[in-house]
Ligand binder design. Structure first.
Ligand SMILES: [Zn+2]
Length: 258
């Protein structure tokens, strides 16, 4: 919520050097079982891009236009073609739904999903879609890798062992091989898990498996919380062994020492 100008103003007030907007490109499951009921049109995406480019003209800080793309296997080709036509600076890949289950919220539905599938299987099904997202090689960075702990913090522990850890290692190996980055998302610090997405454990694992590129985001969704806990996210990345945080301009990356 809030306009581009309001977010930019808040970022300047907070003393940030740069802001990259990552508006959502979402696919919400709908009650009638049709998946793609609320895709923003290409016209809307172009208008958003134009609004951010325009904001740069009057800004005191660097302003970039990104997109958080909700990955759905069924829409992979459509999204790939769209992203080729519309030139964003940064593409953040994410998974919010498993089939018709909206697992990133609302909480009742996310919890019903785990009730139906079981915690471990529910996490595994989610992570298998993340692996496909990463293998599609469309994105610069992967958002909130262990989001499955959001409404069920115990899942955070499950992901540190057994089949779920193996699945995460498989994802990280693809990321290391194709150069996809990992996002430290600070919103988890104010959600129930009270730790960033992903956990320090998984960030260290990412580093061990050879993931080099790291990005940070506050996932704030409103001007009042722009940049919230970014220092904590950067410090976590440093502790995990990352040497740089990266920013993007027309998909080209720049490292900044941590
Ligand atoms: Zn997200």
């Amino acid at each position: 919520m809030g306009t581009v100008a309001e977010h930019l103003h808040a970022a300047e007030e907070r003393g940030l050097a740069e802001i990259c907007f990552t508006e959502h490109l979402d696919f919400y499951p709908s009650a009638d079982g049709l998946f793609f009921s609320t895709i923003p049109t290409e016209g809307r995406l172009l208008a958003y891009l134009e609004e951010v480019r325009e904001a740069q003209q009057h800004a005191r800080i660097v302003v970039r236009a990104g997109l958080e793309v909700d990955y759905k296997p069924e829409a992979e080709r459509w999204v790939g073609e769209l992203l080729n036509r519309v030139g964003f600076d940064f593409l953040l890949g994410s998974v919010h739904n498993v089939g018709t289950w909206p697992v990133s919220g609302p909480a009742e539905l996310a919890l019903a999903y785990f009730q139906e599938k079981g915690a471990e299987q529910g996490c595994l099904d989610y992570l298998e879609i993340v692996e496909r997202a990463v293998a599609a090689d469309l994105f610069d960075s992967v958002a909130h890798l262990d989001l499955m702990k959001r409404f069920r913090p115990e899942n955070g522990e499950l992901m540190k062992r057994g089949r779920l850890r193996d699945q995460i290692v498989a994802i990280l190996d693809v990321m290391a091989a194709n150069g996809t980055g990992i996002e430290v998302n600070a919103a988890g610090l104010v959600h129930d898990p009270r730790e960033a997405y992903p956990s320090l454990y998984l960030l260290k694992l990412a580093r061990d498996r050879g993931v080099e590129v790291l990005t940070v985001g506050s996932d704030s969704h409103q001007p009042e919380t722009i940049g919230r806990n970014l220092e904590a996210a950067l410090s976590l990345a440093r502790t995990a062994g990352f040497a740089h945080v990266y920013t993007f301009d027309q998909r080209a990356l720049t490292p900044h020492p941590l």
